[in-house]
Each structure stands twice: as structure tokens, then as C-alpha cells.
Design a binder for this molecule. Structure first.
Ligand SMILES: C[S@@+](CC[C@H](N)C(=O)[O-])C[C@H]1O[C@@H](n2cnc3c(N)ncnc32)[C@H](O)[C@@H]1O
Length: 289
């Protein structure tokens, strides 16, 4: 519970708003700015400022609200800063991950990729997550199947730091490497998973994304296909015989990615759709024999 009875009277003698008043006004301003879920976001911001659960707000509508702290965060949100960067956290697969502007905010679609990996990870020993960002894929795989040996790479040092911190907080033992796609050459993996940067430079993006998320995590050359092309050429040498690669793809990219891999000697295992019927994940395997 936040400190009660704090004197939040303003310098001009006016009183601070109550929680309910601040929520109403914040919701209206977020709505005018075109934020999709203004009520929920106002509640998340208020709960974050007061360091309480959202449910506490409904039980204490008359509590005084620190509207200076509120105004600061609200104006950043109205300036399109993503909610997850303001609160510093995002849920993924039912767990709370710390995020900062150094890492992509984990997306719900990526949970599909993790589910596909886990389906085939029961007897797998080594899994490599390429471009780990917050660590959400690697850490979730390890926590859902503790028998796996999970490695994770990223070219971004600050991202690896956040991923390490999440691994420690959530209790997952992961081998992290600051590396361009693959760790040391003599390591082979049973499964490779990646949600690589796949957005083409020309693609229009919401200001929340383009102005605030790391471009290293978003963009790839060749209309977003450049990292897939490198993976198609290089990943075979890092897989054991019978190994597979699991890739998240952009909403128009599944067929292009499959073709690109097939041209480099891979066979298509399956494509997985999201709930909206959009192809989101492709699974491939090197052609043998
Ligand atoms: C789309 S983000 C995915 C982050 C996280 N795996 C997720 O799903 O939320 C792509 C990540 O790949 C990293 N990255 C970009 N180029 C890379 C490269 N050549 N080698 C390794 N990581 C790379 C970026 O720094 C970023 O963290």
C-alpha cells in the first residue's frame, strides 16, 4: 500500500486529484491521442506510480494521487513511448521480463515460436536462440524444460545484459554469448530458434516502434530478408544431423523465407499460423543424403 496521508497539496493551494479522478482524466487524454486501450493503460500507469496492483486502485478510488509523477509518465506515453518501456516490464509466457529501450519488447506472437520449439525439445539437448534481446525465448525454453542446455546470442551488449538479468531474476541457467549470429564454431545444436530483425527499411511502422525500439532489433536489408539469407547459408554447419531451425517471420514473409532456405539445401517441415490465420513461424531442416 502506498504511503497514506502524504501532503500532495499543490503550491497554489489546490488539492491533488484522487485516484479515480486521475484515472478518468488520463483515460480521456490517452483516448484523444489515439491509444488503443486507454483505460487499461491509465490503470497500468497509475498502479506503476503507486507501486500497487491494478486491483488496489479499484478498492481505493479516493486515495490521493501524485499527479506530478503521473503527468511525467503520461506525457511520455502521449509522446508514443511504449507502455512497457515506461513501466520497465512485459509479460511473456506468463512471466515478467524486464525491458529497456535496448531490447525489443517481447510480442505475444513470439509465444507461438516458443510453443513450436517446446513440442520438439523433449529429447533435445542443446538449443540456440539467435538474437535473444530480452532473453524471452531462451529463458522460457529453459524454464519450461529444465533438461535443455540453452545458449543465446546477440550482437548487442546492452541486450545481453538485460537478458542475463532476466535469466538471473527468473532462475534460468543460460549460456550467453555476445556474437554475430553463432557462438564459437565447434558447438552444434539440436534446435536453433530465432526471431531475427525482419522489417524492411521502407516499411511504415507505428511511432511507438520506429521512434523507441532498437533499430538493430527491427530492420534487416533486402526488404527484411538479409538475416534469413545468412541463416540459410550458415546455420546448417551449427546443427547436428536431424536438427531443425525455428524462425519467426513477418506477416508476408513465410513463403519467401521457405523458398530462400529451399534454395540453400533445406526442406520445409511446417508453417504455423497465429490466431488471426497469419503465418508466423516456419520450421526447416537441412536436406540429408
Ligand atoms: C526482433 S529482436 C528479437 C528479440 C527477442 N528474441 C524477442 O523475440 O523478443 C532481434 C534481436 O536480434 C539481435 N540481432 C540483430 N542482428 C544480429 C546478429 N547479426 N547476430 C545476433 N543477434 C542479432 C538484435 O540485437 C535483437 O536483440
Amino acid at each position: 500500500m502506498p504511503p497514506a496521508g502524504e501532503n500532495l497539496t499543490h503550491d497554489d493551494g489546490s488539492r491533488a486529484p484522487t485516484v479515480a479522478e486521475w484515472l478518468r482524466s488520463a483515460e480521456a487524454r490517452l483516448q484523444s491521442a489515439g491509444v488503443e486501450s486507454p483505460r487499461m493503460e491509465a490503470q497500468v500507469l497509475a498502479a506503476h506510480i503507486l507501486r500497487v496492483d491494478r486491483s488496489w486502485l479499484f478498492a481505493h478510488p479516493e486515495h490521493e494521487f501524485n499527479d506530478l509523477a503521473g503527468e511525467n509518465l503520461l506525457s511520455r506515453r502521449l509522446n508514443h513511448e511504449p507502455l512497457a518501456y515506461l513501466t520497465g516490464k512485459r509479460e511473456f509466457f506468463g512471466r515478467r521480463f524486464r525491458v529497456s529501450p535496448s531490447v525489443l519488447i517481447p510480442r505475444h506472437e513470439t509465444e507461438i515460436l516458443v510453443e513450436e520449439v517446446l513440442k520438439e525439445a523433449s529429447d533435445a539437448k542443446r538449443v540456440l536462440d539467435i538474437g535473444t534481446g530480452s532473453g524471452c525465448i531462451a529463458i522460457t525454453c529453459k524454464l519450461e524444460n529444465s533438461s535443455l542446455e540453452v545458449w543465446a546470442t546477440d550482437v548487442s551488449g546492452p541486450a545481453i545484459e538485460i537478458a542475463r538479468e532476466n535469466a538471473e531474476t527468473l532462475g534460468a541457467e543460460i549460456i550467453f554469448r555476445l556474437a554475430d549470429l553463432f557462438p564459437e564454431a565447434d558447438n552444434k545444436f539440436d534446435l536453433i530458434v530465432s526471431n531475427p530483425p525482419y522489417i524492411g527499411r521502407e516499411e511504415p511502422l507505428a511511432p511507438e516502434v520506429v521512434d523507441h525500439e532498437p533499430h538493430l532489433a527491427l530492420y534487416a536489408e533486402e526488404e527484411g530478408l538479409a538475416i534469413y539469407r545468412r541463416l540459410a547459408q550458415e546455420a546448417k554447419g551449427h546443427l547436428v544431423v536431424g536438427g531443425k531451425i525455428f524462425l519467426e517471420v513477418g506477416y508476408t514473409q513465410a513463403d519467401k523465407v521457405v523458398t530462400l532456405f529451399e534454395e540453400s539445401g533445406w526442406s520445409h517441415v511446417r508453417t504455423v499460423m497465429d490466431l488471426a490465420g497469419v503465418p508466423r513461424c516456419v520450421v526447416l531442416q537441412p536436406v540429408t543424403g
